[in-house]
Design a protein around this ligand. Sequence first.
Ligand SMILES: [Zn+2]
Length: 75
Amino acid sequence: MPDANPLAQARVESRYLVDMEMNCIVCRRRLYVPDVSIEFVLASLEQTGVAILICPDGHAQLIGRKMPSGCQPHA
Ligand SMILES: [Zn+2]
């Protein structure tokens, strides 16, 4: 049976999505999303346009797919 699980494919695409050539502004290492929170991070990215990634040194970086100026999400 060919593995055509759409969820598995989405997960792969999600990994590419979060690896947006974003580097830590502190140590310049590549940022990543821990597997335990990747769904939370992706959900945040979808809903608010921003998410928190972590570099190998543990620096948390707020990244944004889009930068709304002065536009806060519904609180
Ligand atoms: Zn860092």
